[in-house]
Design a protein around this ligand. Structure first.
Ligand code: GAP
Length: 449
């Protein structure tokens, strides 16, 4: 495949950001007040796509695998959790440097030279900057009331390990999954929703015998790669990177990043970690509760090892958009004059697409066509996420749906009055087939499977 040059890559990001705003996927937060540092709001289409991503992940974990239980822990936890997890110490800090001239701040490991990239000024000595976001609980803002917004969702899982084990009568190996917000005071957020200070994580913590940890690490890495393939991520856009010891997270015995080829380069999409007994042994030590597992088969207590898979919803959202975005100069339809326009087609996986089907009457002026189209829309709306549109030419309406990734468009035309059939147009191939109205629901169900 032809490699895009960096100018094109930048343009691609700008185009995706612009599409997101224009079509209601993602808006800059607090825009009417001039925006708020790398915060974003999901709009009507964004929230649909985000919720599809979350349910697909949840289904993959809890329905396609055995012995996996879900939880939804509180964001605010005892600050002791973060002392035990190691997040309040140097392990969860970035090295921050500041330009002595223009006072711009940088994460040291993002700089190739020891000078300010903006003005060439000298930099201060690096200092540790902890990423935990502090907050206060109750009316008094003092040390006793300080806690933190969670920096990773998995700590809520570890502190509930025993609760899930006992209430679900679970036996090792088993997993606990959670989807939820995490917060980090990133020094250099950026690249749109790639790195933000508030984000959603989807995490699996798989508890197993220590001797089985290596095998399960490979198993889960493989499962996660299979899932990305099913979502339609192109082979050339995904790879794995083994992380050397000195670059690993403080809890990881082994770490592999699944990377995606974003327009701004190869970057981490998901982390797979062997966390060993780091979490359960530390929570035992700090809480005074013995979290060792009693393995009745061998009549021994031990700390299970944890294999973790962790991906950010926003990061995956962005990867799926980049993966699906296509621009066709001159348009795809070669039979009409409107072809001169540049067309955008978002070839999203059907299950990820926020709208599944759009319904159009061929022309707005014909009351009979409008009535049939509206009735079809009403019927489909209860079964699929559907959209009705009667404005502009049919070609424009198709293009509006292509741009947001709607897999199917249904048109009611004059033949419908005679044969009670409608056309279904496929977003990717633009092929149209005629289907009887009373078979439409079954045909769509089959296509959207
Ligand atoms: N519990 C393990 C953990 O949190 P991590 O590598 O720090 O590991 C896991 O984060 C995933 O969370 C990343 O691969 C990424 O997808 C997402 N993530 C982390 N920091 C993020 C940020 N600032 N903005 C958006 N997503 C982030």
């Amino acid at each position: 495949m032809e490699r895009m040059n960096s100018q094109n890559q930048n343009n691609l990001m700008e185009k995706i950001i612009s599409l997101c705003k224009r079509r209601g996927f993602i808006f800059p937060s607090s825009e009417i007040y001039g925006g708020f540092g790398s915060s974003y709001d999901f709009g009507p289409l964004g929230v649909g796509m985000e919720s599809n991503i979350k349910s697909l992940w949840w289904e993959e974990m809890t329905k396609n695998h055995d012995n996996i239980f879900g939880i939804d822990a509180a964001i605010l936890m005892s600050p002791k959790v973060w002392r035990a997890s190691g997040h309040l110490s140097a392990g969860f800090a970035d090295e921050l440097v500041e330009c002595k001239s223009c006072h711009h701040r940088y994460k040291k490991d993002t700089l190739s030279k020891n000078a300010c990239p903006l003005c060439g000024g000298k930099l201060t000595k690096p200092r540790q900057f902890n990423l935990m976001m502090k907050t206060f609980v109750g009316p008094v803002e003092d040390r006793a009331s300080t806690t933190y917004l969670r920096a990773e969702t998995c700590q809520g899982i570890y502190i509930n390990f025993e609760n899930v084990l006992n209430s679900m009568r679970a036996k090792i190996p088993f997993g606990i999954v959670q989807i939820g917000k995490a917060f980090r005071n990133e020094i250099t957020p950026g690249n749109f929703i790639f790195r933000t200070r508030e984000f959603d994580q989807m995490e699996l913590e798989w508890f197993c015998q220590p001797s089985e940890a290596n095998r399960y690490f490979d198993y889960w890495l493989n499962e996660r790669l299979k899932w990305y393939k099913q979502l339609g991520i192109k082979k050339e856009n995904i790879k794995v990177a083994e992380i050397p010891k000195k670059e690993r997270a403080h809890y990881a015995r082994r770490q592999v990043d699944i990377e995606y080829h974003f327009p701004f380069g190869w970057q981490e999409l998901e982390g797979i970690h062997n966390r060993g007994d780091w979490d359960l042994s530390n929570h035992s030590k700090y809480s005074g509760n013995d979290l060792r597992y009693l393995d009745q088969k061998i009549n021994k207590r031990y700390y299970p090892y944890i294999i973790e898979t962790s991906v950010g919803v926003g990061r995956l959202f962005l990867a799926l958009l980049c993966n699906a975005y296509q621009e066709i100069k001159g348009g795809r339809t070669k039979t009409t004059k409107s072809v001169k326009e540049e067309e955008i087609v978002l070839k999203l996986n059907k299950k990820v697409a926020p709208i599944k089907v759009a319904v159009f009457p061929l022309i707005k002026k014909d009351k009979k066509l409008v009535k049939i189209a509206r009735d079809i829309y009403k019927d489909l709306k209860g079964k699929f996420v559907a959209y009705y549109d009667e404005v502009d030419s049919i070609g424009r309406r198709y293009r509006r749906q292509d741009e947001i990734g709607t897999p199917y468009c249904i048109t009611v035309d004059f033949d419908t009055l005679k044969d009670k059939k409608v056309t279904i147009r496929d977003r990717n191939t633009m092929q149209q087939e005629r289907v009887k109205i009373d078979q439409l629901v079954d045909v769509l169900k089959d296509k959207l499977k």
